[in-house]
Design a protein around this ligand. Sequence first.
Ligand SMILES: Nc1ncnc2c1ncn2[C@@H]1O[C@H](COP(=O)(O)OP(=O)(O)OP(=O)(O)O)[C@@H](O)[C@H]1O
Ligand SMILES: O=P(O)(O)OC[C@H]1O[C@H](OP(=O)(O)OP(=O)(O)O)[C@H](O)[C@@H]1O
Length: 212
Amino acid sequence: MNYLTIALAKGRLGNESIKAFQKIGLGNSIDPTSRKLIFSDKENNISYIFVKPSDVVTYVQNGVADLGIVGKDILLESNANVYEILDLGFGKCKFSIAGIKNQGIYRKDEVLKVATKYPETTKQYFKERQQKIEIIKLNGSVELAPLVGLSDVIVDLVETGNTLKANGLQVIEDMFDISARLIVNRVSYRFKYDQIQNIAEKLERSLMKSDD
Ligand SMILES: Nc1ncnc2c1ncn2[C@@H]1O[C@H](COP(=O)(O)OP(=O)(O)OP(=O)(O)O)[C@@H](O)[C@H]1O
Ligand SMILES: O=P(O)(O)OC[C@H]1O[C@H](OP(=O)(O)OP(=O)(O)O)[C@H](O)[C@@H]1O
């Protein structure tokens, strides 16, 4: 049996990711309350490493990890050279444009100021719609930007809509559906195909069961 390394995100997707592996009889070596960043499961020949959500792609793309779980938002933004083999169905939210007023956002001759944590996805989206924009790159609390006049609109993740509502904002346009995805290093997928496919199929089957 080959040795597999699996990169999981700390934070929001962490617990769901651990649960997904535990449902298929893996991941029992992980202690979510610990500050440790690496857990080895010698019985199943697997190591789990815990990294920042946006770094999961980096570890998988470089082959340090064979597999990873990451939000589709990060995949869109990073344009990573990895295989995305399964939609895991958790971490569901939408990538949306939001603003103070529900008015047309497309102002062909004017530059629209857009605050976001996701500059690449935002640039691409507006380019396809021939809207000139100025990106204001933020690292969080993006909803604040239109309130204080830093931007006209924001591009951010929306789940319940509570953050928008609490700040007097509303969705103007939904861009993409987001959820957690299982990603695989391209070389690992060739050389460890059976083992990886086995895990992916088990995860998929267990997801279908929990949908019932
Ligand atoms: N409100 C949300 N509802 C559902 N899923 C979300 C929500 N916000 C983020 N996510 C998903 O969870 C992933 C991780 O989000 P999390 O909030 O843990 O980290 P982050 O704040 O984006 O990253 P960092 O820790 O680097 O600041 C996101 O990439 C996205 O796929
Ligand atoms: O629609 P809701 O259910 O309110 O969720 C949306 C919020 O969740 C995420 O923020 P997060 O909590 O990760 O904080 P951040 O702003 O620091 O990224 C996202 O950036 C929104 O702000």
